[in-house]
Write a protein that binds this ligand. Structure first.
Ligand code: F0G
Length: 461
């Protein structure tokens, strides 16, 4: 087509009204929330970019599929449909539905990990890390060095550092029960992993006889980046690329709330019969019978349909392009973001934007709160609050202090995104006035969800 504008590849059949709380209301709401946007009411947010997880809009075909849900406790028809779609996509033997991604993580790690073991990954997401650490094991991040430098442009910043992985596998031997790769690399900026890197990780896993698991939450976005950036795959359909990615692995954990285009759900899939048997035993204990795993039959239908829609080229073209659109607007205005733009989100480098706020006064929280106060836009800190508390209770700056603006799938239009860009740029223009925070109340794990903050006193910040 001769036109440059990437239009949304859908029309809107049902709408949900937004509320527009004014500045005073927003200030009161944030104060009540202890200056933690996780504790806001959704109704007090104008544009919600807290997460792309479970926040997408389902298609009319998915809503139609809900009515086809078979709610049989055992042997539901919807399970078999779900299983056949997941098997066609991933090629794995055992498909175990779970209520979301972290349930798949918990079941996998609780059934295979022993105290003192180590799981390498490019970057573990927070729930993945927590589910490994709770077993007394270590989650080790081995992303390439380029993946830790926000401003540096590299086509596959989610790649695993192969030398570091080889060293780890040589030195740690039996202490590594499996290797994971997160596609795309959420904690590192929604950055993709190349097929070449996945192949090389596979080769190392073969050499050291380790199973390879994908954290596949955003597999379709990763497949689209491979299509765009790895010439060998330029003519491949996204689904075929995704199948090739899964073919390199022995299993995966999946949150269907992302690239399943569903509001809830996930699965654990693998080829290992013995591991699968243990996993199903645990599943029955905490999630449900193996043919529903904590989901309704209609959820399984919605996910099955979502997994088919998510690999359609017009959808992925629009999805990746519209995220880049926000990134380009912010870059043009001089706002430092992780370059290049990721698949599901734009990550603002809060440490670079607010050099006067030290990491232990949480520049990410300062920026998140300013975005909400300025325009009712809710993002999320991915930095020292999320990752800075070590298992032994000591606090240290995280590798980066980022603010993620995650874009729900098929929910917001270009004008919402133009508004978001205006809000971010307005805050960036008065960056000198932003102050840091201190934590006044905090749980010991996953503290970012429920911690309460207070502004640091003027003289300290
Ligand atoms: N792995 C990755 C890479 C994730 O991004 C998430 C969730 C999970 C696992 C856990 O899946 O939420 O279904 O239990 N990420 C969301 C986010 C919460 O906002 O990035 P879940």
């Amino acid at each position: 087509m001769p036109f440059k504008t990437i239009i949304e590849p859908f029309r809107i059949k049902s709408v949900e009204a937004l509320r527009f709380p004014d500045r005073d209301e927003r200030e009161r709401a944030l104060e009540t929330a202890g200056w933690n946007v996780f504790l806001l009411r959704g109704d007090d947010v104008i544009v919600d970019l807290l997460t792309d997880s479970g926040t997408g809009a389902m298609s009319s075909a998915q809503w139609g599929a809900l009515m086809q849900g078979d709610e049989s406790y055992a042997g539901s028809r919807s399970f078999y449909r779900f299983q056949s779609v997941v098997q066609d996509l991933t090629g794995f033997t055992h498909i175990i539905p779970t209520h979301q991604g972290r349930a798949a993580e918990r079941i996998l790690f609780h059934s295979v990990l022993k105290r003192g073991e180590i799981v390498p990954n490019n970057n573990h997401f927070d729930t993945t890390r927590a589910n490994i650490e709770v077993e007394g094991a270590e989650a080790r991040d081995l992303v390439i060095a380029e993946g830790r430098v926000p401003a540096l442009v590299h086509p596959f910043k989610g790649n695993v550092d192969l030398d570091a992985l080889e060293r780890a596998l040589t030195e740690l031997g039996d202490r590594v029960p499996l290797v994971m790769v997160t596609v795309t690399n959420n904690s590192g900026g929604g950055q993709p992993v190349s097929m070449a890197n996945l192949r090389a990780v596979r080769a190392l896993c073969d050499r050291f006889k380790k199973p390879l698991f994908l954290d596949a939450c955003r597999f379709a976005e990763n497949a689209w980046f491979i299509k765009q950036r790895e010439p060998e795959f330029a003519d491949w359909a996204p689904k075929k690329i995704a199948q090739a990615m899964f073919a390199l692995a022995d299993g995966c954990t999946m949150s269907a709330k992302k690239d399943g285009l569903a509001n809830i759900g996930g699965f654990l899939a693998m080829n290992n019969d013995a591991w699968a048997e243990n996993a199903r035993r645990l599943l029955i204990l905490t999630e449900g019978f193996p043919t529903y795993g904590g989901l309704a039959g209609y959820d399984l239908e919605a996910i099955a349909r979502g997994l088919e829609e998510v690999v359609e080229a017009p959808y992925l073209h629009y999805r990746i392009r519209s995220t880049a659109y926000l990134g380009e607007k912010l870059t043009a205005a001089g706002v430092p973001i992780i370059q290049p733009p990721g698949g599901h989100a734009i990550y603002i480098d809060a440490r670079a934007l607010l050099p006067h706020v030290p990491p232990l006064q949480y520049p990410g929280i300062a920026l998140v709160n300013a975005l909400y106060l300025e325009g009712g836009v809710r993002g999320v800190e991915i930095g020292t609050v999320m990752f800075g508390l070590a298992h032994d209770g000591r606090e240290a700056p995280a590798a980066m202090d980022l603010v993620r603006l995650a874009i729900p799938r098929r929910v917001y239009t270009q004008s919402h995104i133009d508004y978001v860009a205006e809000v971010v740029i307005a805050v960036a223009e008065r960056r000198d006035q932003l102050r840091g925070y201190r934590i006044v109340e905090s749980p010991s794990v996953l503290r970012h969800f429920t911690a309460r903050f207070a502004l640091v006193a003027d003289h300290a910040g």
